[in-house]
Design a binder for this molecule. Structure first.
Ligand SMILES: CC(C)(COP(=O)(O)OP(=O)(O)OC[C@H]1O[C@@H](n2cnc3c(N)ncnc32)[C@H](O)[C@@H]1OP(=O)(O)O)[C@@H](O)C(=O)NCCC(=O)NCCS
Length: 151
């Protein structure tokens, strides 16, 4: 029987290009989900939660702190992109965070990630930059950009 960690890892393997070294391994995902302030969402190709026994098209993982929440990871399988699943995951992130009492949401990403246009259209604004923050598998470093949005 597949569980939600299987579903997340299945999307992770398809969605994250190894050249950036951003994918988490199973232990990282499981230990993060064991913390009560970590939340996640899974979506099937039809935009609904996956049926029992079915894999997912996308997922998000979020960390909650008092008054604010941070998007840890968002991924959609390449075959399912461009159809609004990423957008829906961001909507769920914002709605869930609001319901849990957050007033602000954040995310941090490498500077050259094309997901930037999705975040901008959704309403996130750049609030910070950490120079050379991410180290890539090839040893090069790249800036991290922090985005924030008031709920
Ligand atoms: C980033 C990622 C999650 C986006 O997933 P997606 O399902 O393709 O996203 P969507 O289809 O919802 O959005 C695609 C576009 O449609 C737009 N869009 C989608 N739904 C929309 C809506 N209801 N209203 C307005 N615009 C919408 C988005 O703004 C976006 O515009 P763009 O083409 O200019 O980027 C996906 O590309 C991915 O998994 N990337 C690899 C992993 C990664 O880098 N994750 C981010 C760092 S953790």
């Amino acid at each position: 029987m597949i569980d939600d960690v299987d579903r997340i890892m299945d999307v992770m393997a398809a969605a994250f290009d190894p050249q950036w070294g951003e994918a988490w391994n199973r232990n990282q995902v499981s230990s993060s989900l064991a913390v009560p302030t970590t939340h996640y969402r899974l979506i099937g190709a039809d935009g609904k939660p996956p049926e029992e026994g079915a894999m997912a098209a996308g997922f998000s993982m979020v960390r909650a702190a008092p008054g604010e929440e941070e998007l840890l990871l968002i991924g959609v399988k390449p075959d399912n992109r461009g159809g609004g699943i990423g957008w829906r995951l961001l909507e769920l992130f914002a709605d869930d965070a609001r319901k849990r009492g957050a007033e602000r949401i954040f995310l941090e990403m490498r500077e050259n990630n094309p997901a930037i246009s999705l975040y901008h259209s959704f309403g996130f604004n750049q609030i910070g930059r950490r120079p050379r923050y991410y180290k890539m598998p090839d040893g090069n470093r790249i800036d991290a950009i922090t985005y924030g949005m008031n709920l």
